[in-house]
Design a protein around this ligand. Structure first.
Ligand code: ADP
Length: 226
């Protein structure tokens, strides 16, 4: 369970990037965070893995306050979260297989686990045939699907995807969202930020609308109201 409890965030004297935000996300949920640019979506997501700290209030992950964790606990928290970004962040000099294997090596997985799990996640994102290609040989949509495969290969409890479709055409966007939905169907919590209306309407899942740092709406099934 992830809880934002009355979270306010100020960046160096500016207006509140988040203003008294209270949100509870249960295990297994698919939550979309929507809002115009500057509404506070990225700030919200960064707080889940303590990349930003609240100025007031607190963020909890399974009853532990994220910002109070020591380095060891924070590392183990971050291993429970798979992150996906708008700009993919693949390693350009490694192949698709190596990009995913590298994430497993960093998490201390054995060669046997790597040999079993990399093909499994590549199949899940339907890109097994691109295993030996380099990122620059893939389309944007394919690169993002690889980034998702990398995010899930260590079996996180939560996938946090910050504008994952921001650089993609409508067809790739649809594919990426369907993959996130499949991952959620398999039991992983998915938290997705976007300003793309079409992404949300097709999902029929919970939508939190942010406006100027505040929660403007929290709908259980799929309305986008901006
Ligand atoms: P969104 O993801 O919805 O576009 P952000 O969380 O990135 O919104 O930004 C919310 C507000 O906080 C904006 O006004 C933005 O300019 C400001 N902001 C975000 N990051 C920083 C930062 N590192 N330093 C100063 N201001 C920031």
């Amino acid at each position: 369970m992830i809880l934002f409890d009355k979270v306010t965030k100020f960046y160096n004297g500016g207006p509140a990037a988040l203003d008294d935000v209270t949100i509870k996300i249960e295990p297994g949920e698919f939550v979309s965070i929507v809002g115009h640019s500057g509404a506070g979506k990225s700030t919200l997501l960064k707080m889940i893995f303590a990349e930003e700290a609240p100025s007031e209030g607190a963020v909890y992950f399974d009853d532990c306050e994220v910002c109070q964790m020591n380095k060891l606990d924070l590392n183990s928290l971050r291993r429970r979260i798979g992150a996906v970004f708008q700009d993919f962040r693949l390693l350009p000099k490694k192949t698709v297989y190596e990009n995913i294997a590298f994430a497993m090596e960093a998490a201390g997985k054995t060669d046997e686990e790597i040999e079993a799990d990399v093909p499994y996640v590549l199949d899940l994102v339907d890109l097994s045939e691109k295993m030996d290609n380099f990122p620059h040989e893939l389309s944007g949509g394919e690169q993002q699907r690889i980034a998702i495969a990398r995010a899930i290969v260590n079996q996180p409890d939560v996938v946090v995807a910050d504008e994952p479709t921001g650089n993609l055409d409508p067809i790739s966007t649809h594919e990426v969202v369907q993959i996130l939905k499949k991952i959620n169907d398999l039991g992983t919590t998915v938290i997705l930020s976007t300003h793309n209306k079409d992404v949300i309407s097709s999902l029929g899942k919970r939508v939190i609308t942010m406006d100027e740092g505040r929660v403007a709406r929290d709908d259980s099934s799929g309305h986008f109201a901006l």
